[in-house]
Design a protein around this ligand. Structure first.
Ligand SMILES: NC(=O)c1ccc[n+]([C@@H]2O[C@H](COP(=O)([O-])OP(=O)(O)OC[C@H]3O[C@@H](n4cnc5c(N)ncnc54)[C@H](O)[C@@H]3O)[C@@H](O)[C@H]2O)c1
Length: 387
């Protein structure tokens, strides 16, 4: 087993998810590589985090509040940076300069300019493995969808509807945090938080948005701060985007995308419906085990097939094949994908590769155009940087 020594910058929710995946690595019995966390860093390094991480990962030899100290540690080969969006540019580019492989978090820069600067740094060190964390594609039913797209099951796709819906922000008394301020979360608001999760599968399938008409909503305009004072909450809660998309053959079709923090009844619902000339499919994390599809090429009755997926993960797991899958399982799969690609210098397959920096670039162009569309009430063409 090849060992990769890792550092974690940002010890919050996602830092802990990575630590938990490392602790469960034996779930992936066919991996020829394993991560070992040797260094951790957080701006504040709270005592509770210090205790939690040292108990969870006894391999840690460095704990610091300065990310530069972690990045200059020669033991560290790879960094997972799970920090607020305004820190992506500085920390990701510092990782490249120090020659560290990186799993960055979405949106991969707080805005388009920050993303450009990250990409400039990456291009000078493109021998490094750099990926953007998003785990949804590793749900077994979504993997199956990817295989169906690749096999041409849908024929010519003529309609895609996808989204990610939350509802916890419906509570007006939920205290404000960094994810609800433009300074640390960015002007994209909910698009920066939820958008890459929605776009990973469509972009990987070659469905590229050409233009967008967006309607953005700031529903809760103020929230309590830590002292209980009501302060402005400026970020977009909800985004509805209608795009004209194009597939790799040049066929155009409507693609509607919803990213919403205030969607009553939806705790963490990622969904997609794909309609094509030969078949259609629908999936939602509300029924994470289930893929619904129509095969009207072979069944003119258009009768829905309802398929139980079980634990058919792409990276073999010791978990029983009939067991349902959960959030920490797909995060483990995402990490399996990252270290598989790092070890083998290529992904296992098209749909088992983590989101690439180039896909993050496309998402930035879409979100930037969406902001302009909302502002001007116009349909905005999506322009892409040419390399
Ligand atoms: N993949 C997913 O499903 C998913 C889910 C939530 C968040 N995220 C992304 O993960 C990233 C982090 O989000 P989170 O929910 O873990 O946030 P969090 O608030 O739980 O944790 C952020 C961490 O960053 C640390 N930090 C702040 N300033 C720092 C600095 N200067 N140096 C080092 N550390 C610093 C904080 O101390 C904290 O430990 C964001 O980019 C977010 O969009 C991804």
């Amino acid at each position: 087993m090849k060992r990769i020594r890792c550092g974690i910058i940002g010890l919050g929710m996602m830092g802990k998810e990575f630590a938990s995946s490392v602790m469960r690595w034996a779930h992936l019995p066919e991996m020829e590589v394993y991560p070992e966390v040797v260094a951790i860093c957080s701006g504040s390094l709270k005592e509770a985090d210090r205790k939690w991480y040292s108990r969870a990962l006894p391999t840690i030899t460095q704990m610091t509040t300065d990310y530069r100290a972690l990045i200059s540690n020669p033991e560290v080969e790879m960094v997972y940076a799970a920090v607020p969006h305004h820190l992506h540019e500085e920390i990701y580019t510092a990782c490249f300069k120090a020659g560290k492989h990186l799993m960055g978090e979405k949106p991969f820069g707080i805005d388009l300019n920050a993303n450009r600067s990250i990409m400039d740094g990456y291009k000078q060190h493109d021998h490094l493995l750099v990926r953007c964390a998003t785990q949804i594609i590793f749900i077994p039913a979504v993997q199956r969808l990817g295989a169906m797209i690749e096999a041409g099951f849908f024929g010519t796709v003529f309609d895609v509807d996808a989204g990610f819906l939350h509802s916890s922000d419906l509570n007006p008394d939920k205290p404000i945090n960094w994810k609800r301020t433009i300074a640390s979360n960015g002007a994209y608001g909910c698009m920066g938080d939820l958008g890459m999760h929605v776009l990973h599968l469509p972009l990987r399938s070659g469905w590229r948005p050409l233009n967008v008409r967006a309607v953005l909503s700031n529903i809760m305009t103020e929230r309590p701060d830590a002292q209980g004072n009501r302060v402005p909450c400026e970020t977009w809660d909800n985004a509805v985007l209608l795009c004209e998309a194009e597939d790799r053959k040049g066929t155009r079709f409507p693609m509607s995308l919803r990213m919403q923090r205030i969607s009553p009844g939806e705790k963490n619902s990622w969904y997609i419906t794909v309609k094509g000339t030969k078949g259609a499919a629908h999936f939602t994390t509300k029924q994470i085990n289930t893929l619904n599809y129509l095969d009207y090429r072979n069944n003119p009755d258009q009768a829905w097939s309802v398929l139980d997926m079980g634990h058919e993960t792409s990276f073999k797991s010791v978990t029983g094949g009939i067991f349902e899958v959960g959030a920490s399982d797909i995060i483990l799969q995402m990490w399996g994908s990252y270290f598989y690609e790092l070890h083998h210098h290529k992904p296992q397959s098209t749909y088992t590769q983590c989101a690439t920096p180039e896909e993050a670039v496309l998402s930035h162009h879409l979100f930037t155009a969406a902001l302009e569309s909302h502002e001007t009430r116009q349909t905005i063409p999506i322009t892409f940087d040419r390399a």
